[in-house]
Design a protein around this ligand. Structure first.
Ligand code: NAD
Length: 295
């Protein structure tokens, strides 16, 4: 069993850390929010007072932070890259921009550490059930070293390639998910306005060529799936503001790659309007309100 310093125990990190504890690993926890750290400590981890303390004398440092600036701050400014012991493997599971991911990889390498960017898909449900998909960027040998630990938090552990490739894969996935969700919203609002019951639409679309995970797992129309966020006041789930963040990352990546993403651009504009309407804290599926504000 490994020793782990886990930094950032919010909605996702708290559940992931708890699964590592359940798997028998010994954890030190740090979060800017003492309350968040203490909550996880109740499951059997040691809450510590600084990034450096969390990173000292552990086999793995895992971070689950909101944005790239936080990742840079934790690894470089707050001292993971000074405090970690030689041979420690550093894993950043936050969803961040490719540029920062590559910069932190380079800084880790210069300081003598092995690192993976390993963002996840599966949301809080997957984090709770330890069924997350991990998309990993970094050396294959480092991936193999980290895999047994990641298996304590996820089911599909995938090596995507070089440093930063985990983040590239993650934003590709989320750009598709956002575009798909918008398409489903348009179809349901149009179909219902023309008289077809939403449950009939769901039955047919979910078993025909329109089917997708975004439809069958988190149908944006309230009703057809009683357990979906849309049927429960759009309580997240995956907050629309996080999808907004990922769409912005996708558009920055598309620009740097010089590839056209017209549908990604429309989805980004749609979610920006949804933010302006004040719905950022609702589940991503609440984007249906942009098509029909009465829902
Ligand atoms: P969150 O805001 O709930 O948790 C982040 C935690 O990091 C907070 O507790 C915060 O206090 C802590 N933090 C921030 N800066 C810190 C610092 N400098 N030092 C220590 N702690 C710090 O966010 P979340 O929902 O857990 O998401 C984390 C990451 O996972 C994001 O990049 C998000 O895009 C990604 N993600 C989230 C979901 C989801 O469903 N929530 C799904 C997939 C991926």
């Amino acid at each position: 069993m490994a020793s782990v310093g886990f930094i950032g125990v919010g909605n996702m990190g708290s559940l992931m850390a708890r699964n590592l504890i359940r798997a028998g690993h010994s954890l030190k926890i740090y979060d800017l929010s003492e309350e968040a750290a203490n909550f996880v400590a109740q499951s059997g981890a040691k809450a510590v007072k600084s990034v450096k303390e969390a990173a000292t004398d552990v086999d793995f440092v895992v971070t689950m932070l909101p944005v790239g600036a936080n990742v840079r701050a934790v690894f470089i400014d707050a001292g993971v890259l000074e405090a970690a012991k030689p041979g420690a493997v550093l894993i950043d599971s936050s969803t961040i921009d490719v540029e920062t991911a590559c910069a932190v990889h380079a800084a880790a390498k210069a300081a003598g550490y092995e690192m993976l960017d390993a963002p996840v898909s599966g949301g809080v449900t997957g984090a709770d059930a330890a069924t997350l998909t991990f998309m990993c960027g970094g050396d294959k040998a480092v991936f193999e070293k980290a895999k047994p630990l990641l298996q304590g938090m996820g089911k599909n552990i995938v090596h995507c390639g070089a440093p930063g490739y985990g983040q590239v894969t993650k934003i590709c996935n989320n750009m598709v998910a956002a575009i798909n969700t918008l398409a489903i919203c348009e179809a349901f609002v149009m179909g219902e306005k023309l008289g077809v019951d939403r449950n009939v639409l769901f039955d047919v679309l979910s078993t025909s060529t329109a089917s997708s995970v975004m439809l069958t797992k988190s149908c944006p129309m309230p009703g057809p799936i009683p357990s979906s966020p849309s049927s429960n006041g759009f309580k997240p789930g995956f907050a629309a503001k996080l999808m907004m963040k990922d769409l912005r990352l996708s558009q920055a990546a598309a620009q740097s790659a010089g590839t056209p993403t017209p549908l990604g651009a429309v989805a980004t504009a749609a979610f920006a309007m949804h933010m302006a309407n004040g719905f950022g804290d609702l589940d991503t599926s609440s984007i249906v309100k942009l098509i029909n504000p009465d829902i």
